[in-house]
Design a protein around this ligand. Structure first.
Ligand SMILES: [Cu+2]
Length: 203
C-alpha cells in the first residue's frame, strides 16, 4: 500500500466517523424534543403512598405554586410536615391539599387549569391531565355563589366554593388511575337546573 492510498483510507474513515456523529446527534436532538413535549412531570403511586417525602424544614423552604397553597416536593403535593396530602381527606383539614383565595385568575401560574362557573355552567366543562401530575385548579365566577366538587369520594378534598368577590385555587396530584372524573356545583339546583357539570379526564 503506498502513502497516497493510506491517506485516502484515513480521510475516508474520518469522514465516515464525522457523518455518523452528526447523524446520531441529530437523532438525539429530535428524541429530546419529542420527549420534552410529552413529559409533564408526574408522581408515581409509590411516591404518593409514602409516609413522608420531606422534612418539615424542607417543606418550609419550598416555594408554593400560589401564596397559601400546599407545597410541592419532587412532584408530590405535601402537608407542612412533609407527608403526601390526601385527596380523599375531608376538604379543609390538615391532611387535605390547602385551598387558597385568589383575587383574580391572573395570579395563577400559566400551567394552571382555569375554570369559571356561572348559572350557564362550567367553562371549560372538560379538561385533561396526566395521571399523577401536579394540577393547580383555579375557579372563579361573576354571578353568585358556586362550588366545584367531584363525584368520586377519592377526590373529596378537592372542593372549592367561590363568589364574585373571591375565587379559589387548590394544588393537588391528579389520580394515578386513568379515567373520567365528573365534577359539579353542589349549590342546590345548580347541577340539575343549570347543568353545572364537567369532567376531568385523567390520561
Ligand atoms: Cu353553581
Amino acid at each position: 500500500m503506498n502513502k497516497k492510498t493510506t491517506w485516502l483510507i484515513i480521510c475516508l474513515v474520518v469522514v465516515v466517523i464525522i457523518i455518523a456523529i452528526i447523524a446520531s446527534s441529530g437523532k438525539q436532538q429530535t428524541g429530546t424534543n419529542k420527549s420534552s413535549e410529552a413529559n409533564v412531570p408526574v408522581a408515581s403511586s409509590e411516591a404518593l403512598s409514602k409516609e413522608a417525602i420531606a422534612t418539615p424544614e424542607e417543606v418550609q423552604q419550598a416555594q408554593p405554586v400560589i401564596e397559601g397553597s400546599s407545597k410541592v416536593i419532587d412532584n408530590v403535593v405535601v402537608t407542612p410536615t412533609g407527608k403526601p396530602v390526601k385527596n380523599d381527606a375531608l376538604a379543609g383539614t390538615a391532611e387535605a391539599p390547602q385551598r387558597t383565595d385568589i383575587s383574580n385568575p391572573d395570579v395563577l401560574p400559566p400551567e394552571a387549569i382555569k375554570l369559571t362557573v356561572s348559572n350557564q355552567g362550567f367553562n371549560p366543562a372538560q379538561f385533561e391531565v396526566k395521571a399523577g401530575q401536579v394540577v393547580t385548579l383555579g375557579l372563579s365566577t361573576t354571578d353568585g355563589v358556586h362550588t366545584i366538587v367531584f363525584d368520586d369520594p377519592s377526590l373529596q378534598a378537592i372542593r372549592l366554593n367561590v363568589n364574585p368577590e373571591v375565587g379559589r385555587a387548590i394544588t393537588f396530584n391528579a389520580p394515578t388511575e386513568a379515567g373520567e372524573y365528573s365534577f359539579y356545583c353542589d349549590v342546590p339546583g345548580h347541577r340539575e337546573d343549570n347543568g353545572e357539570t364537567g369532567v376531568m379526564v385523567v390520561k
